[in-house]
Design a binder for this molecule. Structure first.
Ligand SMILES: NC(=O)C1=CN([C@@H]2O[C@H](COP(=O)(O)OP(=O)(O)OC[C@H]3O[C@@H](n4cnc5c(N)ncnc54)[C@H](OP(=O)(O)O)[C@@H]3O)[C@@H](O)[C@H]2O)C=CC1
Ligand SMILES: O=C1OC[C@@H](O)[C@H](O)[C@H]1O
Length: 375
């Protein structure tokens, strides 16, 4: 590993909500989270409207004279030789086209979740990244939070015994009756609905606890069973449930997501033969994790309970809101010449997109023509 500090020069595409969160976090001094080997520099902002980009940059950085360049088109950003990596923060149907644009112009990419609208698009982008020898990752930020490693270690460490069942829910009240039908969560033309927007989060916990489990040997679920409840407003899924069987572990994940009501606590429960891991909402960035130890294997008698609290998914002293850990991973991978992450590699993103294809098929959710760029 290099002794010097590696600087990654970032551009963002899309001056919306999540890009603001990402930028706020990457402009923080990484030392505030104990990171000393990489730093991030925001060098360009791409918006379809330069004035909007300018306003965004001033608002998020608190500086009217921030040195990042502002471009009024995404195409100009990827031509900028000072940009190493691009973060894509636009609605789902834009992910495929913009990732393609970045990779073909020699830029490394971190693209928001869901990585694409379907698995075929994900496969094509992975192929392109390989051909271009460029780094590519889905922005599955939850996987990079310190709390995710804590829970992962608990599941895989053995003290709590074999895993059997995982329940996870990410639901929120989006007040859909009063939302414009063109809002990205409702609009089928923007890949709307609960599954693609919120589904990655219950699924990430199943991937951490079951797919990643050494005893699973990277096997995909043997069975996927899904049901969707659609909103009459636009026909997208308001609530979706799906179960996954992991045969190698003799374990099942029961996952739900929805846009009309908030998740109650606990929102994530991982049940192992010798104990339970109980996590409060929101599961995209958990802050309270309770571990219960059972009197004997499979019993319901709790003999000991321990609670650990986190702040924005990290230990109390860390700054930022949690979106920076994934950026640190991108910087380290690029520094080390890697084109995918070990922690959130292409296999996991492909698994996610394949599961979502199957869930949409069973739920009969079909997007308008043009949303899926490859079918
Ligand atoms: N990781 C996380 O915690 C979160 C991730 N997300 C993901 O980020 C993506 C964007 O979500 P979010 O930031 O909430 O969305 P916003 O609507 O707030 O912002 C999206 C931005 O994308 C750009 N854009 C490009 N094409 C379109 C289009 N056809 N319609 C609307 N906007 C467009 C716009 O930027 P401009 O006009 O400047 O070009 C817009 O401001 C989604 O894929 C979502 O899943 C969302 C929220 C949280
Ligand atoms: O990624 C996300 O996490 C939080 C949700 O509120 C948001 O809609 C989603 O895109």
């Amino acid at each position: 590993m290099a002794d010097s500090v590696f600087t990654l020069r970032w551009a963002i595409l899309g001056a919306g909500y999540i890009s603001g969160k990402f930028v706020s976090d990457i402009i923080l001094d990484p030392k505030t989270r104990g990171v000393t080997d990489v730093v991030h520099k925001l060098v360009a902002v791409g918006s379809r409207d330069a004035a909007k980009g300018k306003e965004f940059l001033a608002k998020i950085t608190g500086k009217d004279d921030h040195p990042a360049k502002i471009y009024g088109s995404y195409e100009e950003v990827v031509k900028d030789p000072n940009v190493d990596a691009v973060y894509i923060g636009v609605p789902h149907p834009g992910h495929y086209d913009l990732t393609t644009l970045c990779l073909t112009n020699g830029k490394h990419v971190l693209c928001e979740k869901p990585f694409t609208v379907n698995a075929k698009e994900a496969e094509a982008l992975i192929q392109l990244a390989k051909e271009k020898n460029l780094f590519l990752m889905e922005a599955m930020w939850t996987r990079f939070l310190p709390v995710a490693d804590y829970i992962s270690d608990l599941v895989k460490g053995g003290t709590l015994g074999d895993i059997r069942v995982l329940h996870a829910d990410l639901s929120g009240d989006f007040d859909i009756q009063n939302l414009p039908l063109t809002h990205r969560i409702l609009d089928p033309k923007l890949g709307g609905g609960a599954l693609l927007d919120l589904g990655p989060y219950p699924l990430v916990w199943a991937i951490i606890a079951m797919y990643e489990h050494p005893a699973n040997n990277k096997q995909h679920p043997s069975a996927i069973s899904a049901a969707m409840l659609k909103t009459p407003l636009t026909g997208v899924d308001a609530h979706t449930s799906f179960t996954l069987n992991f045969d190698q572990l003799n374990a099942q994940a029961v996952l739900t997501c929805g846009i009309t009501i908030s998740s109650p606590n606990p929102a994530l429960v991982i049940r192992l033969r010798k104990g339970n891991i109980i996590v409060d909402a929101p599961i995209y960035r958990p802050n309270v994790v309770k571990v219960q130890y059972l009197a004997k294997e499979g019993s319901d008698e709790v003999v000991k309970e321990e609670t650990k609290t986190f702040k924005n998914g990290a230990d109390e002293q860390h700054g930022g809101s949690g979106w920076h850990w994934q950026a640190d991973e991108v910087a380290r991978c690029i520094r080390d010449g890697k084109i995918q992450s070990d922690k959130w590699g292409w296999d996991k993103t492909l698994l996610e997109m394949k599961i979502f294809d199957e869930v949409r098929k069973q739920g009969q959710l079909v997007f308008p023509e043009g949303v899926e760029k490859l079918v």
